[in-house]
Design a protein around this ligand. Structure first.
Ligand code: LLP
Length: 413
């Protein structure tokens, strides 16, 4: 489905004109589509058919409480990487028994909170972490359910900052040494071995690296079985890409079916998609403040900036920028930039647009790694977030105020 379409010359979010949202809630503004979030979640979940599974939405992609709640209502599990994300999942009505906890730097205190909450599984990323988890669970008189994140050393062929399954990356345990760590884990009194996991990177557009990784993880499972260690689930991580420009990523259904090819029918499969659920369920809406044409370059200065949406600045990521109400006048080529005092503050370069000051622009595919990566750089208030549901729009995060920003600061006595 495509939740953001033009009707009568106006971009709509589901049934609501985006211009109306901008008028009501101001800009810069994040706009999410409930229907798209649900459709993408279901595309993953339904493809499993009868195969035992859990889709654990990667909270980091978009952790707004309303987003989590919409998914929780569909039965989603959640992949968290901090105590803060656990807090969000619980407040959004998520089931702790469907939560997996990833991340290389879990603190003992975070582990204790997650153990008390009764999460499904810790995705353990190192031998040292396993020791701390065993001790922490012991102190609470509990056993910690674990999976060991293995690094299958496959090249995900994506941006180096978001490639995670290579030997050089900080994530997981070398798959070659994993059997020894599992044998050790089996001797620990407060550890219960449940599964194995991997996550090889993000924004992958082909299935081959996923299949490759899954094959290597299945071989590990066979080795472990020979050692008398039987696993109950395999978690194959997230990472399925989306179309930002001209990519042709596999569909969630094809992706799930490709994974299932590698896994026996009785072994439960977990996945941790984030971007593929949220990215194309979101728009980032801004207003053109000034046009600054020059001989060699035209700048369109908008009210949104790198602090609101950092992907272009950080990864040189390309995301489509479209007019909310297209003009019929001649277009020109613009660099679309924000008010932040950095040359790297751009949302898009060399974009062909017909623009006037006061026009609204919408950046597409902004539902994942958008608001969650926003900052207050330049003491800018972070944008409001709105979720559209059919013909209704709900504020799911109010626009920040200076009071919100300054509340925690104080002067010297
Ligand atoms: N599971 C683990 C353990 C992860 O580290 C990640 C993402 C995911 C699941 C979800 O991956 P996804 O399905 O969303 O690709 N900020 C970057 C993306 C960083 C992804 C980090 N890990 C961006 O804007 O492209």
């Amino acid at each position: 489905m495509e939740p953001f379409q033009y009707h009568d010359g106006q971009l709509h979010a589901e049934k609501v004109p985006v211009a109306e949202l901008a008028r009501r809630f101001g800009t810069p503004l994040y706009v999410y589509s409930r229907a798209m979030l649900e459709a993408q979640y279901r595309a993953f979940a339904d493809a499993f058919g009868d195969h035992p599974h859990q889709v654990c939405y990667a909270v980091k992609a978009n952790s707004n409480l309303a987003v989590l709640n919409v998914l929780a209502r569909l039965g989603a599990g959640f992949d968290i990487v901090s105590e803060g994300e656990l807090e969000r999942v619980l407040r959004a009505g998520g089931d702790p028994a469907k939560v997996v906890f990833s991340g290389v730097g879990k603190t003992a205190s975070e582990m204790a909170t997650a153990l008390r909450a009764g999460i499904h599984c810790f995705n353990v990323e190192s031998a040292a972490e396993l020791e701390v988890l065993n001790r922490t669970a012991g102190e609470l008189g509990l056993r910690a359910p674990v999976s060991i994140r293995v690094n299958p050393d496959v090249d995900a062929q994506t941006h180096p900052y978001i490639s995670t399954g290579l030997k050089d990356n900080k994530f997981g345990v070398d798959i070659a040494v994993a059997p020894a760590l599992y044998r050790h884990a089996a001797t620990l009194a407060h550890i219960e071995i449940l599964g194995v996991d991997c996550h090889i990177g993000s924004q992958l557009t082909t299935l081959a690296p996923f299949e490759d990784a899954a094959g290597r993880v299945m071989a590990l499972i066979d080795t472990l079985r020979q050692d008398g260690i039987t696993l109950r689930h395999v978690d194959l991580g997230g990472g399925l890409g989306v179309r930002y420009r001209d990519e042709n990523p596999s569909s969630p259904g094809d992706y799930v079916r490709a994974l299932l090819q590698q896994v026996p029918a009785d072994l439960a499969v977990h996945i941790e998609p984030g971007r593929a659920i949220a990215a194309n369920a979101g728009l980032f809406v801004t207003e053109v403040l000034y046009l600054k044409p020059a001989d060699h370059k035209n700048f369109a200065i908008i009210d949104g900036a790198m602090n609101d949406m950092i992907r272009p600045s950080l990864y040189d990521a390309w995301q489509d920028i479209v007019p909310v109400a297209p003009r019929s006048s001649a277009s020109q080529v613009w660099d679309v930039v924000g008010p932040v005092c950095e040359t790297g503050d751009f949302l898009g370069k060399d974009r062909e647009l017909a623009l006037e000051p006061g026009d609204l622009l919408a950046m597409r595919s902004a539902g994942a790694y958008g608001f969650v990566m926003a900052s207050n750089y330049n003491t800018r208030n972070r944008p409001a977030e709105v979720m559209v549901d059919g013909d209704r729009a709900h504020v799911v995060r109010a626009r920040e105020t200076y009071e919100d920003q300054l509340r925690l600061e104080s002067l010297l006595p």
